[in-house]
Structure formats: structure tokens, C-alpha cells
Design a protein around this ligand. Structure first.
Ligand SMILES: [Zn+2]
Length: 466
């Protein structure tokens, strides 16, 4: 019989399991897609060496579960740099909407390829798409690049000022299109692709869309990804037009949308009562620190974690962050939320959101947020082999006195050396394996400038360009 076992050994294995186990010199055994054994290197080698098809000495590197980015706009990767330092309305009406509404499926495919390159370089093996227009283009790219994703279409059936091609969508069309995408793509690519429902945000949704999305997702046993309570203005509109007590979260509670399959992105403008609602409903929150700092404000992350809410990390899209590195978001999430304590206590709190909490947010909480923690989010026997090999012996991390804190406060994308998803290497020694990185970069440059021309977006010069 063919031998298909791979052993990785001589690594610090940070399992992120429920016992917080870290093997200082650990080994792991993989068969096909799955982890079949994990423990001290010596006993793993003793037990499995004779059965193994491949034995890899990780030479004192660190092994982490694949990181999970729970809020990404793959379609926006070609829009990096088109909306820097502009106000929110210019950002949305003059840059992002014209850009997104002029995208073709091929643009979306190229944009997703480029996005996946950056995700993989930052150790991401699974991400949640916030919702773009061409899910088939995204799915094609994800399948080829080899990662795992929960894809969603952005749906909107109301609101002023939408681009003409979007403003005509009826509620029925929004729901029907998503059901078709589910039928076509859910559980494809060896089970790496799942299809979710997407709601762009409450100001672009009728009540019928909200409720039918809730029911359709329940019927198909999948998740809903929605931008929630992003800006104070959103809450104001919901209070005025929909007679909610405080804002989006209190309204969603009233109509029964706060359930455990809802992934609420940002969730910045929520009060204590709404935090209770989110906790009671089992709603998952994606905290996107960089994007929040640029445009939204300080989310009450510590309060949400204290209330037992599963909070994970996201990058948001390239025009809201510019970087798609979840490694950077770990660092930022910790710093921003320590600094935010100034508002509550009059002084920063360096003990807020310690490194082990941040690591959980980027791994097991991410897996729970995408409703996939039965298979990913930690290194455990029976789970899928999604993992990251970190080289700590570089200028950015040396010396290491506290391995767990170094992963949050020192690690950069540069330290991410190899990435495995579903038992397959998708990056080895910093080389993306399934596609040619250089070719994708040239395709992306070309597609992006053509798209901006088509959309009529012009970026004004800054400084004295000669
Ligand atoms: Zn977003």
C-alpha cells in the first residue's frame, strides 16, 4: 500500500487547542488532508518514522495553525491606493462604488489572485470574503491558489446613490443569485470553498432582504457576513428610519437576526446593552484594527471579549487598510486596544488583550467565526492540516525569550516561511507554489489601470510631481 504519511518534527508547536498546549520540541504527522498524530518529537519519530513517506526536520522553527482572516474584500485588491486620505463619502461614492461596479468577473479573478498572494505570505490559510460582485471569479482564484475560504456576494436592495447597475436589483434577485452561487460553489475545491450569504450593510437593505437572508442561510446551514455598526451615522439612520433604540445591533436584535451564524464585521458603534445582545445571540465579531483606525473608530473589543463574544481578526479590503497582513493586524489589535483603555481608565493598560488572546483571535476564534472550528483553527488530531512554519531566526524576531509574545509583537510577514493548507504546501520557503507570483503581479497592474480608466477614476497628484 502507498505510504502517504508526512512527519514534521523538531519544531515549537503552538497548538491553540483548548488546553493551550505548546510543544517545545514537537512533531506532527499528516496523512492526506488530516493531522493524525501530534506530540513530543521523540515519541512521534519513534512511532511513525518507519511508516513515513517524508520526514521533515523543521530545525527549531515555530509551527502555528493556519491564520484566519475573517474580513477580506478580495475584489478590492486592485483598488489599493485609490482612496488614501480621502473623506468617507469620497471614498465610497467617488472611488469604491465606481471601481466595484465597473469590475468584470476576470478583474475579480485577478484581484483575488493578488489578494491570495498577500494572504498566504502573511500565514493565512482561510479567509471570509465580505462580499463582492463576482463570486465565480473569486472561487476560481481560491481553488487555484489552494487556500480555504467562505465566499459571499454583496447584496443590496435599497439605499440612495448606488451605481445604476446595482440599484436595479430586487430582493428576490439578491436571494436567488446567492442561492445559485451556493448550489454552484459550496463545498467545492476539495471542500475548501464554502458559500455564505452577504449583506453589505443595513442602510442598503430592506427588512425583507434581512429576514429572507436570515431564513435562507438557516435553511442551507451556512453563515451570513454583514458590516455592522460601522459609523455613528449608520446608527442615526437606523434610529430615525427604523425606530431602533440605539442603532443597527438593537434593530437586528428586534427582528431576530442576531444568531450564531452571523459574522458581524467591525461592530464599532455598540453600547453595553448591544454587547449583551451580541453575546446572547452567539454572534461572531470580526475586528479590523487598521481599517477601524482609518475610518470607523475604536471598537469595544475588550468589553466584547469580556462578555464572552467570539472576536476574531480581519484586514478589511485594500482601500481601507492597504495591507492584507493578518500578522500586522495582530500587532495592531494588541496595541490599539491597550491604548483605547485611556478612554475608560484615564491611562493605557498594557495588560489588555495579551499576546495569547491575540493569537486566539487569529486562529481558533477565527475558525469559530467562520463556523469551521470542527476542522480548523488549532493543531489537533483529526483536524485538517492547515499550518504555518515561522522562521524566528531573523532580524525581526531574534532574540526570543518569550515565544508567544514574540509571535504577536515581533513577527512580521517576513518570518512566515512556509504555509500548508488541507495537507498541501501552498508556499514553501517563501515561494508561492500553485501559481506564478510574478505573472499575477503583472496581470494585476494591467487590470487595475484598465479598470480605473473604465470607471473614470482619477487620483489627484500629491506634492510637486515632476
Ligand atoms: Zn468591509
Amino acid at each position: 500500500m502507498e505510504n502517504t504519511l508526512t512527519i514534521l518534527h523538531n519544531a515549537t508547536i503552538v497548538t491553540m487547542d483548548s488546553g493551550d498546549r505548546v510543544f517545545i520540541n514537537g512533531g506532527i504527522v499528516i496523512q492526506h488532508h488530516t493531522i493524525i498524530a501530534l506530540g513530543q518529537s521523540s515519541s512521534i519519530l519513534h512511532q511513525y518514522s518507519s511508516l513515513a513517506h517524508q520526514i521533515i526536520d523543521l530545525n527549531a522553527h515555530i509551527l502555528l495553525p493556519g491564520l484566519i482572516n475573517t474580513h477580506v474584500h478580495t475584489s478590492q485588491q486592485l483598488a489599493r491606493g485609490i482612496a488614501d486620505d480621502v473623506d468617507l463619502m469620497t471614498w465610497l461614492h467617488n472611488r469604491i462604488w465606481p471601481y466595484e461596479s465597473n469590475m468584470t468577473e476576470e478583474d475579480s479573478y485577478i484581484s483575488t489572485l493578488l489578494c491570495c498572494i498577500e494572504l498566504i505570505h502573511s500565514g493565512v490559510t482561510c479567509f471570509a470574503e465580505a462580499g463582492g460582485q463576482h463570486v465565480s471569479g473569486m472561487a476560481r482564484a481560491v481553488e487555484l491558489m489552494g487556500l480555504r475560504a467562505c465566499l459571499a456576494q454583496s447584496s443590496m436592495d435599497a439605499g440612495d446613490g448606488l451605481p445604476p447597475s446595482w440599484a436595479t436589483q430586487t430582493t428576490d434577485e439578491c436571494i436567488q443569485a446567492q442561492k445559485e452561487l451556493y448550489a454552484k460553489h459550496h463545498n467545492t475545491a476539495d471542500g475548501r470553498i464554502r458559500v455564505w450569504f452577504g449583506i453589505r450593510q443595513i442602510m442598503n437593505s430592506t427588512d425583507r432582504l434581512l429576514l429572507e437572508t436570515r431564513d435562507a442561510a438557516k435553511e442551507l446551514k451556512t453563515g451570513i457576513h454583514m458590516h455592522v455598526a460601522e459609523i455613528a451615522f449608520e446608527n442615526q439612520v437606523v434610529v430615525e428610519k427604523r425606530k431602533a433604540n440605539h442603532g443597527t445591533v438593537s434593530y437586528l436584535e428586534k427582528i431576530g437576526l442576531l444568531q450564531n451564524n452571523l459574522l458581524a464585521a467591525h461592530t464599532v458603534w455598540v453600547n453595553n446593552e448591544e454587547i449583551e445582545f451580541l453575546s446572547k445571540g452567539g454572534v461572531k465579531v470580526s475586528h479590523c484594527p487598521a481599517s477601524a483606525m482609518r475610518m470607523l473608530g475604536f471598537a469595544p473589543v475588550k468589553e466584547m471579549l469580556d462578555a464572552g463574544i467570539c472576536v476574531s481578526l480581519g484586514t478589511d479590503g485594500a482601500p481601507s487598510n492597504n495591507r492584507m497582513s493578518i500578522v500586522d493586524e495582530m500587532y495592531l489589535a494588541s496595541l490599539i486596544n491597550k491604548g483605547r483603555e485611556v478612554f475608560a481608565k484615564g491611562t493605557t493598560d498594557p495588560t489588555a488583550l495579551p499576546a495569547e488572546t491575540i493569537l486566539k483571535m487569529a486562529t481558533i476564534n477565527g475558525a469559530k467565526s467562520v463556523l469551521w472550528d470542527d476542522e480548523i483553527g488549532s493543531l489537533e488530531v483529526g483536524k485538517k492540516a492547515d499550518m504555518v512554519v515561522v522562521n524566528p531566526s531573523l532580524w525581526s524576531m531574534v532574540p526570543i525569550h518569550d515565544c508567544i509574545s514574540s509571535l504577536v509583537y515581533c513577527m512580521r510577514s517576513e518570518n512566515v516561511e512556509s504555509v500548508m493548507c488541507n495537507g498541501q504546501w501552498i508556499m514553501k520557503d517563501k515561494k508561492i507554489l500553485n501559481m506564478n507570483e510574478g505573472e499575477i503581479i503583472s496581470m494585476a497592474k494591467h487590470a487595475s489601470s484598465e479598470l480605473l480608466k473604465r470607471a473614470g477614476i482619477e487620483i489627484p497628484n500629491r506634492m510637486n510631481m515632476l
